[in-house]
Design a protein around this ligand. Structure first.
Ligand SMILES: N=c1c2ncn([C@@H]3O[C@H](COP(=O)(O)OP(=O)(O)OP(=O)(O)O)[C@@H](O)[C@H]3O)c2ncn1[C@@H]1O[C@H](COP(=O)(O)O)[C@@H](O)[C@H]1O
Length: 110
């Protein structure tokens, strides 16, 4: 499992927060602000859903992998814009290891 990719990307994203907007795509997103970043997250979510539907009837899953990478990337930019990072999400997923999804859902309504 290539978790180190997330760590390396997070470090790059952190550096880009202070870079010039015309020198970096990530810096240009930060300069445009949260609404633009969320627009990209929305776009990539839709494209991922369409690619997943197509993948059901195709041997070639590369489009789904590409769109999911775009989605993960833009959600990482979103987290970084709000001073969060992949560790915050990974810690939450790790906290849930011993909790079944059904159990968690049942506890929510208590
Ligand atoms: N992983 C990525 C990555 N994935 C996707 N993208 C970009 O995300 C954009 C999204 O694709 P679209 O087709 O929607 O983009 P677009 O049409 O240019 O966007 P809009 O003008 O419509 O907003 C493309 O420009 C991709 O190049 C990424 N840009 C950067 N990274 C990583 O971020 C690092 C820093 O990038 P820079 O900030 O550009 O130096 C890079 O070294 C990479 O590791």
């Amino acid at each position: 499992m290539k978790i180190d990719v997330l760590a390396e990307l997070a470090a790059t994203l952190e550096q880009r927060k202070t870079a010039a907007a015309d020198s970096s795509y990530v810096a240009s997103l930060h300069a445009k602000g949260l609404n633009k970043i969320l627009e990209k997250v929305g776009e990539e979510s839709t494209e991922t859903i369409i690619a997943a539907k197509d993948a059901l009837t195709s041997q070639d899953k590369s489009e789904l992998i590409n769109e999911t990478a775009d989605l993960w990337f833009h959600t990482l930019v979103m987290l970084s814009h709000l001073d969060l990072g992949p560790d915050d999400v990974l810690n939450e997923l790790a906290r849930r290891f011993d909790l079944s999804g059904l159990e968690e859902k049942a506890n929510r309504s208590k």
